[in-house]
Design a binder for this molecule. Sequence first.
Ligand SMILES: [Zn+2]
Length: 295
Amino acid sequence: MARIARRANGSVKLAVVGADNVIAPMINYTEQVRRLMSDIVSRVPRLSFLDMNRVLVFARSGRADREGPYATCHCVCLPPSDPGYYFWRDQTTGALTRRSEWFVTKSPVVRVGTAQIDYMVSFTLPRFCDQRRISARKRARYRGHPEWMAKLDTIIHELYHIDPHQPGIRRIERADGTPSTKCHSPAFFQDVVEMVTQYLTSSPDPEMLEFLRYDFAGLTARYGGVVATTFKGASYPRRYMEVLRPQPAAPDLECPVEPLDLPRSASHFTEEDLVVRRFRTATSRDLPKGKVRAA
Ligand SMILES: [Zn+2]
C-alpha cells in the first residue's frame, strides 16, 4: 500500500506499509540523483560552474531489455533560431517553385517554482538502474571497479554535456581546434573518467552513492518501490517550430506559399506539469494526486 504525506516544506514523502505495518519509504530516484549531482558539482572543479537550481532531473520509462539511452541531457535555454522556410526547386532550371511559410524553432519555457530551468537531465527507468548493455569500452575504463561505477559515469557524463560558456550542449573540438558537429570525443570520455575519479577521491559520504549499488529489483526489495519525478502524460519539454506571425515580406521569393501544418506543442511548463510516479519493471503507474516538489 502506498501512503502519501505532506512535509512542512511542501514536499511529499511516499511510504509503503509492509505486512508488519512498518513504514518504509520508497526511494525517490530522481531526488537521489539530484542530491548526488549537487554533491558532485561542489567537489569537481570542472563542473562547479553549474547552478543545480537551473537543472531539472526527471525520469522517463524505458525497459532494461530494450535499446535506448540510459540518460539524456536536454537544453531548454537556446535562443529562437533564425527565421527559415522549406522550399522546392525546379530540377532543371533551379527556380523556386513553392515554399513554406516562414517559421522559427524555439525552446519551451520551463519554470519550477521561481526557478528558470536551463537544462534537464532525464533518466530512463528501470533501464538506467539495470545497465545491462554496458559497452566493452566503458567496462575497460572501470576495470577492477564495481559495475555501479558505470552509473556514476553516466551521471557525470550528462552534466559534462552542459556548455560552461554559452547556452547549449558542450561543443567538441577536432584535433586541429575547429568545431566538430559531434558531441562526444575520446577526450570527452576520458575527462568523464577523470571527474569520476576526482569525485570518488574527494571522500564523499558513501551514503550519497548507496542507491547506485542496486539494480531495479534490488531497489524494490530494499525500499519497497521506486518513485521518481516525471512529466504528466507522454510529452516533455522539447524544441518546437512556430509559424511567424506576421510573415516577413519577401519580394525576392515570388512563388506559391504552402501553409505549415505543425503539431501542437506546449510552449510553457511548470511544476504543475510534474508528478511523482511509481516506476515498475514493466509499466509505471501514477500515485494518488498530491502537490510535488520537483526533484
Ligand atoms: Zn553523451
